[in-house]
Structures are given as structure tokens and as C-alpha cells.
Ligand binder design. Structure first.
Ligand code: ZN
Length: 272
């Protein structure tokens, strides 16, 4: 692969940008073609053009076993469908190298915060496929320090929090405030508490937020609907995950061992 070929591709794209400034889609396709030409140390030369791409960050809220598995202490409604969609979002993020900022609730077993997500219990752990290999976890605490290139060097940042609102946690507040993206895509649960506080906090800070309504779980249907209306009223975009990812035939979830997630319930109903 010669440098000449890449140079001529750049020229072609520059001409395209000058001639038809509004054809973003065409430009992105050309950039994808250009990316496939990239080899070794030629990459830095063309990096500035790639910054034209839309930068997205997935905000993965409290996808922990206590909230999303049938045997968790506070499992959301419709956990099978929500887990399947969360799995798809995470697969998409992995494929397209979209960075993920996750929050997890972590409560002191001797505290007064109920019995959900107690540190040291299995329920506090994240659902396995919501974890990326290159990740960095911050414990909850009252410091706000973190390194500047955190999101460059990691695919996922996990922020532990002591309450449902991530903006109560000093470091999480700072990281979420300083994270820059053209769109923040929110998944997780539960809609009426953690997701609501996260989304409203992001909107207050001027971020563009999209909530995948079928990839967020809730405990109470009516409270969740009210919460989604609040988010929309404040400027969040509400879409289904197929709008972002296209249709999928994925039905099985794997993370959860309940009959419904393993596809057994439907069979039992049919044979009955
Ligand atoms: Zn299940």
C-alpha cells in the first residue's frame, strides 16, 4: 500500500468536502474507505480528517447483577428484553470502538441503604458482557483527580457511587462533566432513579443525550413513563435501539440463568 494512494484519497475527500459540504454521509463513507487504507505509521498523517466523525460515548448506568438478573435483589421488569438490547449496544460499542462510561452502585453492608448492591456480594458485580477489556475502575470517594488521557487509554471507565445520582459523587461528577462527545447514549437502569438523575445531570451540563428506551430497565412502569417524559421535556432524545443498531434476531441473553432468558418458558407454554 503506497503513500501515494492515500494522498490521492485525501485529495479526493478534500475536493469532495469543498464541492459538496452538505454530503456528510458520502464524506463518512469516504473516510471509512480511507480508514481501510491506513497502515502502520501513516496513521498520524490523516488523523485530523477523522475527527470529523461523530463522537459518541455510551453511558452505561448500573448494569449490575442485583438489578438485571432474575435472582438479583431488585431485578427490573422485562429484564430479558432489556438485557438483550444492552448486549447489542455493548457489542456495537466494542465493534466501533465507542468508549463506555459506566456507573455502579456500591453500598456499605453496614450502612442504611437497603440490601441492594452491597460491596462484597455477587449482586454488586456488573453483568459480564457490559465489561470491556481495557477498563479502569474508580472507587467512590471525595477526591476528584483523574488523568487527562483516561478515555484515550481505556475503553471503559467504571465509576463507583454511593447513591443513585452519579453527580453526588465528586469524581464521577467531574468525569461526566468534562467528557466530550457529540452524543451520549444512555442504557441501564433503573429508569426512574439512576437513569433519570444521570440524564438530567448531563442535560443540565449542556450535553446531547439519547436514551435507548428499550435498553433501560425499570421497577415500576408508570414511574418510568413519567421519568422518560421528564427527560424528553428537558431535551433528551428518546429512541429505540433498532434506530441506532438496526434490527436483530437476538433473543437469548446468556448472562441470566432464568427460564425466560434461556428460552425455556416459551417452550413450556407451547407444550402445555
Ligand atoms: Zn432472566
Amino acid at each position: 500500500m503506497s503513500i501515494k494512494v492515500i494522498k490521492s484519497s485525501i485529495l479526493r475527500i478534500e475536493v469532495c468536502i469543498r464541492a459538496e459540504p452538505n454530503k456528510d454521509v458520502q464524506r463518512i463513507n469516504d473516510m471509512e474507505a480511507l480508514k481501510t487504507l491506513m497502515i502502520g505509521d501513516v496513521v498520524p498523517m490523516i488523523r485530523p480528517i477523522l475527527t470529523l466523525r461523530k463522537k459518541r460515548i455510551v453511558i452505561d448506568v448500573d448494569t449490575q447483577k442485583d438489578f438485571f438478573l432474575a435472582d438479583g435483589k431488585a431485578c427490573v421488569r422485562n429484564h430479558r428484553r432489556v438485557l438483550a438490547n444492552i448486549r447489542r449496544v455493548m457489542a456495537w460499542a466494542r465493534r466501533d470502538q465507542v468508549r463506555v462510561i459506566s456507573t455502579v452502585q456500591c453500598h456499605n453492608p453496614n450502612g442504611h441503604d437497603g440490601d441492594v448492591c452491597l460491596s462484597g456480594t455477587p449482586g454488586v458485580c456488573k453483568v459480564p458482557y457490559t465489561l470491556r477489556n481495557r477498563r479502569f475502575t474508580f472507587d467512590s470517594g471525595d477526591t476528584t483527580d483523574f488523568s487527562r488521557d483516561l478515555l484515550q487509554n481505556n475503553d471503559q471507565i467504571i465509576l463507583c457511587k454511593r447513591s443513585t445520582d452519579p453527580f453526588d459523587e465528586p469524581r464521577a461528577e467531574r468525569i461526566l462533566t468534562e467528557a466530550k462527545a457529540s452524543e451520549f447514549i444512555v442504557i441501564g437502569g433503573s429508569t426512574e432513579t439512576s437513569v433519570l438523575y444521570t440524564v438530567l445531570g448531563m442535560l443540565t451540563r449542556g450535553k446531547s443525550v439519547t436514551v435507548l428506551i428499550d435498553a433501560v430497565g425499570s421497577s415500576e412502569k408508570s414511574a418510568a413513563e413519567i421519568s422518560l417524559r421528564k427527560m424528553k421535556a428537558k431535551g433528551a432524545k428518546l429512541i429505540e435501539s433498532k434506530t441506532l443498531l438496526g434490527h436483530s434476531s437476538l433473543r437469548q441473553v446468556n448472562a441470566c440463568q432464568c427460564d425466560r432468558c434461556r428460552g425455556k418458558l416459551r417452550k413450556a407454554t407451547l407444550s402445555a
